[in-house]
Design a protein around this ligand. Structure first.
Ligand code: GLY
Ligand code: MN
Ligand code: MN
Length: 442
């Protein structure tokens, strides 16, 4: 039996958000349903900000926040419909939205005039609109046309449009510092994911296909209660590991090659993001071992460094410094470290960043810089980051031919604490001896 998690306090989140928008109005349309083909939809997942503020998972819904009204939190949701419910399952409906989701008022979203009128009314009392432009053109047009309507209703005042702010600037900051309940969900996602990586190490063998391992990961995720994948799994044998966003997952696994797996389970809308690499036949070749050890050294050193007061940029610069030294030791690069770093000589082998925020989205929201966007911000307790340096020697690599086809990335999820950090993904081993012994156990 797994430990019960502390509940998410959606009402507290809304209160905080409403305080921050002051005399503003905020609109959040639900994620759109996307047709896959004919009358079949892609799997539905609620928009992260929408879910963050409501916990409500139904499509065709809208959240409307307006501080200066008697009903600061309004929901527009699908009306109850017995025929639709017969096909698609229970619909909460406006009454349910009030009772179970804390709406101060709730209406049907199938009559567009109900939202339109409520929005215009709220806007007339507000001094700023929080709405994320550019996500959905139909919605952008609807919002503009309603703003025009509101301006006309003001009569000849000479005042211009309401300024539009991206609510993500507020929510990104709120989402960036995880509460205990959020950290627990990330830890659960990390545990589920680590266990799946371990079983992949045990079952992968030369002669299997990448998709067999992908299927085993999915089985392990869903079998442990994960809602879905946090992102498309990368299961990359041999030189496919050098394709950073490889998703085809259809190659035959050869003897003596490595398998890179970058996969994460989403649990209760929070995702893990783990990368591990291991030899399909259970034993690293000397060349694979050299590159793996170099990446592991950089990764562990960055994990050690991650604490309040350091920035993501500090971690990246540190990863570069360690990897440049390692590439020099391996005779991949020659010259003074300072000039190799200045010329970015490492880029063909380490072409990506060292990590990112992690949370409801795998690349989570939140500023990476100070408020004025001019200096990298410091890590703070409650942030969750990934640390994921890598080295890649693809087919067209200019590195030594003995390394051709080797691609290594090692990625952990790390919660920043007041005294340093807590690695959430220790359940997935990364030391060579541990990996080899897992790979050799069946
Ligand atoms: N899995 C995506 C990433 O590591 O950023
Ligand atoms: Mn990542
Ligand atoms: Mn990843």
């Amino acid at each position: 039996m797994k430990k019960p998690l502390h509940p998410i306090d959606f009402s507290h989140r809304r209160k905080q958000f409403l305080t921050k928008i002051k005399k503003g109005v905020a609109v959040f349309p639900a994620a759109p349903e996307v047709i896959r083909n004919n009358d079949v939809h892609h799997e539905y997942r609620q928009d992260s900000n929408f879910f963050y503020l409501s916990g409500f998972e139904e499509p065709n819904s809208i959240l409307l926040f307006a501080n200066q009204t008697k009903t600061p939190f309004q929901m527009f949701v699908q009306p109850k419909d017995t025929t639709k419910e017969l096909w698609e399952g229970k619909i909460i409906g406006p009454e349910g939205a009030k009772k179970k989701f804390g709406a101060d008022a709730a209406f049907s979203s199938s009559d567009p005039s109900l939202f339109n009128e409520a929005f215009v009314k709220a806007l007339l009392e507000a001094d700023v609109l929080y709405y994320r432009l550019g996500l959905n053109e139909d919605w952008d047009r609807r919002i503009f046309s309603l703003m025009k309507k509101a301006v006309r209703q003001l009569g000849r005042t000479g005042r211009g449009f309401w300024p539009i702010h991206d609510p993500n600037e507020i929510l990104g900051e709120m989402r960036l510092i995880k509460t205990r309940a959020e950290a627990e969900r990330l830890e659960r996602a990390a545990n589920i994911t680590a266990e799946a990586h371990v079983s992949a190490m045990k079952i992968a063998k030369p002669g299997m296909f990448e998709y067999e391992i992908e299927a085993a990961l999915y089985h392990a995720f869903r079998g442990q209660g994960a809602g879905r994948l946090g992102y498309g799994s990368i299961v990359a044998g041999g030189s496919n590991a050098c394709v950073l966003h490889y998703v085809a997952n259809n190659k035959y696994l050869e003897d003596k090659e490595l398998l890179l797996i970058d996969a994460g389970a989403e649990f209760d809308y929070y995702t893990a993001d783990i990368t591990r690499c291991f030899p399909t036949n259970g034993q690293f070749t000397p060349e694979q071992r050299e590159i793996y050890s170099a990446v592991l050294k950089a990764q562990k050193s960055c994990v050690k460094m991650a604490r309040p007061g350091k920035s993501m940029k500090d971690l990246h610069n540190h990863a570069i410094e360690v990897l440049v030294e390692e590439l020099k030791n391996l005779k991949v690069l020659k010259g003074s470290s300072a000039s190799l770093i200045k010329q970015k000589a490492y880029l063909p082998f380490f072409p990506h960043g060292t990590g990112h925020w992690l949370g409801m989205d795998v690349h989570d929201s939140g500023r990476y810089f100070s408020e004025s966007y001019d200096t990298p911000r410091h890590l703070e307790p409650g942030m969750v980051i990934t640390i994921e340096p890598g080295l890649y020697f693809g087919e067209s690599s200019k590195g030594p031919s003995k390394y051709k086809g080797i691609g290594i990335r090692i990625e952990d999820d790390v919660l920043i604490t007041s005294s340093g950090n807590k690695v959430l993904t220790t359940g997935a081993p990364k030391e060579i001896e541990e990996i080899e012994s897992l790979c050799q156990s069946t």
